[in-house]
Design a protein around this ligand. Structure first.
Ligand code: NAD
Ligand code: UDP
Ligand code: UDP
Length: 322
């Protein structure tokens, strides 16, 4: 049973990004007031353009590495580039965004006694030696590699969340998000689902890194957002960290073949070098989310891919993302 939730003033950092824009939409639909703060590093105004006229929506250009003084009841902290190309573009800034961003948002939450949600990641498990990944697993992370700015930044953010919780009695909600896909993914951010779909629709070669035997588990965005809201609305003792993702596990080659089939594309599969520290397998154990939130994903990969293909098809015919 969901708790009755009166209208809240809610800050969404990174709200103009892929996940953030869907979250803003959902919170408005639930009747809340939404303040979206974003520095537009990887997100765009276009992602929230359809919300700008909404009377309960406000968009603000702000970088979370700087302090923010606003008055809200809840905070969803999503600000951080999420795709390897983007987060490796300026790795020092990526760590600052995770760490200074967390400190500022936690300071804000502390002053307001607001509930605060952190978008953490399956990357905290690194290249996992435990499969599927359970929340009690501490991970296998390279502290000095190309992915470390993101992985260690997110790990440090989790530490800060739990220290503010213990030291200042803050209500925290930490979600470990596994690979998520859907409309409004950035067409050029290099993530596998967007890459494969765009390549297939353009008739370009499908770039499989390594032999394509590494696995990932792909969650459709609407399922994930439902998990966010349930976690935020859960009783105070539910702090997380809690895995949110779809436990269906596919090799990257299987994903490529499914995208070819669903697009009817005749693109060729080509094999390119595997990036360093690329995790070989990833699948969430979601028993905790099922038990604490009554949550499980409902959208199968095929169905979610069809929605996403439709989105990219329209985007490409409008001439964007070329
Ligand atoms: P995204 O890149 O589309 O969105 C991130 C947003 O944060 C963008 O709008 C960007 O402009 C903004 N941003 C970046 N740095 C900022 C800063 N310093 N100040 C203010 N805004 C800033 O990525 P996404 O997929 O929507 O990811 C959202 C969150 O979820 C991220 O924290 C990411 O680490 C986490 N996450 C996403 C996935 C996934 O599969 N999509 C998986 C695990 C974790
Ligand atoms: N902060 C903010 N908005 C607020 C309150 C605090 O951005 O409404 C930032 C501020 O930059 C501060 C950080 O959050 O440095 C941490 O705040 P906290 O109160 O935990 O620590 P302190 O102010 O003692 O450094
Ligand atoms: N990948 C791929 N071809 C691409 C993009 C990614 O084979 O064009 C692989 C990548 O090496 C990784 C997986 O797909 O093994 C998922 O990559 P993504 O960047 O989407 O997410 P992450 O590695 O952060 O899970």
């Amino acid at each position: 049973m969901r708790h009755y939730n009166p209208i809240q003033r809610i800050l969404v950092t990174g709200g103009a990004g892929f996940l953030g824009s869907h979250l803003c939409e959902r919170l408005l639909a639930d009747g809340h007031e939404v303040l979206c703060a974003d520095n537009f590093f990887t997100g765009t105004k276009a992602n929230v353009a359809h919300l700008l006229d909404h009377p309960r929506f406000e968009l603000m250009r702000h970088d979370v590495t700087f302090p923010l003084y606003v008055e809200v009841d809840q905070i969803y902290n999503l600000a951080c580039p999420a795709s390897p190309i983007h987060y490796q573009h300026d790795p020092v800034q990526t760590t600052k965004t995770s760490v200074h961003g967390a400190i500022n948002m936690l300071g804000l939450a502390k002053r307001l006694r607001a509930k605060i949600f952190q978008a953490s990641t399956s990357e905290v498990y690194g290249d996992p030696a435990v499969h599927p990944q359970v929340e009690s697993y501490w991970g296998n992370v390279n502290p000095i590699g190309l992915r470390s700015c993101y992985d260690e930044g997110k790990r440090c953010a989790e530490t800060l969340f739990f220290d503010y919780h213990r030291q200042h009695r803050l209500q925290i909600k930490v979600a470990r998000i596994f690979n998520t896909y859907g409309p409004r993914m950035h067409p050029n951010d290099g993530r596998v689902v967007s890459n494969f779909i765009v390549q297939a629709l353009k008739g370009e070669d499908i770039t499989i890194y390594g032999e394509g035997q590494q696995t990932r588990s792909f969650c459709f965005v609407s399922d994930l957002i439902e998990g966010f809201v349930r976690l935020m609305d859960s009783p105070p003792e539910v702090t997380g960290p809690i895995n949110l993702g779809n436990p269906g596990e596919f090799t990257i080659r299987e994903l490529a073949e499914m995208v070819l089939e669903l697009t009817g594309s005749r693109s060729r599969l080509v094999f390119q070098p595997l990036p360093p520290d690329d995790p070989t397998q990833r699948r969430p154990d979601i028993r905790l989310a099922q038990e604490k939130l009554g949550w499980a994903p409902t959208v199968p990969l095929r169905e979610g891919l069809l929605h996403t293909i439709g989105y990219f098809d329209r985007l490409l015919s409008d001439g964007a993302g070329a």
